[in-house]
Design a protein around this ligand. Structure first.
Ligand SMILES: [Zn+2]
Length: 224
C-alpha cells in the first residue's frame, strides 16, 4: 500500500529519511528502501549477487565448441567477462536459435590459450559485397588481419572445448583476461603453498618417521 506526500515529504517511520512516497508495512509508513528490506529481502540479495561485468564487447565466434558448430560467416554476438566466467551470447532474430557458451575461468586450461592473427573473413565478406562496384578496386585490397582468441576449457562434464573468438575490443579483452589469469594463478599458488606442509607431514607419518600423536598435533598446528 502506498501513500504519497504530494507537497511535503514524509519521514520514513523506520529510518527517518524524508521521502515523497511511503509504503505501509504493518502499521508503519516506510520509505521504499525500508519497504524492500522488510517485505522483500530476497530482492536485496539478488542485487548483491549479480556478478560485476569486467568487459562487454561485440564478438564473432568461429567454432571450436562441440555443441555449437558455425556457418561460414561465423556467429556474431556479445562477449561478457565477469570475475568468474566468460560468456558468449549469439545474437539472432529468431529466439529459438539463441544459445550461450559459458566458460568458467576456473576451468580454463590457461597454458593452452592461443592468441593468433588470421584473415578477417567477416570484414572481407562485408566489403566484397559492394567494394568493387563502389571503387573499381579489386576486392583483395580490403583484406586485413585480425586477432583471434582460442580459449580451451573443460566443461562441467569434463568435455574439452576450444572456442575461437574474434573480439572487437581486442586490447581490453587481452588485459582483462591477463588480469584474471594472474589472480587465479596466484590463488592456486597460495593454495598449493598451504597444502605443501600437510603433504610432507602425511608422508613422514606414512613412512613411520613420526608417531600418530605427533602427526595429529602437527596437523592441528598447521591448520591454525
Ligand atoms: Zn526508511
Amino acid at each position: 500500500m502506498v501513500s504519497m506526500g504530494l507537497f511535503n515529504k514524509i519521514a520514513c517511520q523506520k529510518c527517518g529519511k524524508a521521502v515523497r512516497m511511503t509504503f505501509k508495512v504493518g502499521k508503519q509508513l516506510v520509505c521504499h528502501d525500508c519497504y524492500v528490506m522488510l517485505e522483500h529481502p530476497e530482492r536485496l540479495k539478488k542485487k548483491k549477487e549479480r556478478p560485476k561485468i569486467l568487459l562487454s564487447t561485440s564478438a564473432t565466434y568461429w567454432g571450436g565448441h562441440i555443441k555449437h558448430p558455425i556457418g561460414k560467416n561465423g556467429e556474431s554476438g556479445r562477449l561478457l567477462v565477469t570475475e568468474e566466467k566468460i560468456t558468449f551470447n549469439n545474437i539472432t532474430f529468431l529466439s529459438k536459435n539463441k544459445w550461450t557458451i559459458e566458460i568458467p575461468l576456473e576451468k580454463v586450461l590457461w597454458d593452452k590459450i592461443l592468441i593468433g592473427t588470421g584473415k578477417d573473413i567477416a570484414y572481407e565478406q562485408q566489403m566484397s559485397g559492394w567494394a568493387f562496384f563502389a571503387t573499381g578496386l579489386p576486392v583483395s585490397t580490403y583484406s586485413r588481419q585480425t586477432t583471434f582468441f582460442t580459449i580451451t576449457f573443460k566443461d562441467e562434464n569434463n568435455v574439452v572445448h576450444s572456442p575461437k573468438f574474434q573480439v572487437k575490443n581486442t586490447k581490453e579483452f587481452s588485459e582483462v583476461l591477463y588480469n584474471r589469469i594472474s589472480k587465479i594463478k596466484k590463488r592456486e599458488l597460495t593454495k598449493e603453498d598451504a597444502e605443501e606442509p600437510l603433504k610432507v607431514l602425511k608422508m613422514r607419518y606414512a613412512k613411520g618417521e613420526i608417531s600418530r600423536k605427533d602427526f595429529e598435533q602437527k596437523k592441528k598446528d598447521l591448520e591454525k
